[in-house]
Design a protein around this ligand. Structure first.
Ligand code: ZN
Length: 60
């Protein structure tokens, strides 16, 4: 998923294109949440923003 700079081997950000980190901003947040919730990033990205939304507990 994360690209690397061929010269330095450092991760290249897929959001801001800078070297030194693989992701930032919303995409980084989604990746963190996906790992935390153990859900696919696609599911996390489509989740309702409110935890009170009943669909939140139906994600399986
Ligand atoms: Zn970045």
């Amino acid at each position: 998923m994360a690209r690397r700079d061929p010269a330095t081997g450092m991760p290249v950000c897929s959001t801001c294109e800078r070297i030194g980190h693989p992701l930032c901003g919303l995409k980084y947040w989604i990746t963190l949440r996906a790992a935390w919730l153990r859900l696919p990033e696609q599911v996390v990205a489509e989740e309702p923003r409110s935890f009170e939304d009943p669909r939140f507990s139906l994600v399986a």
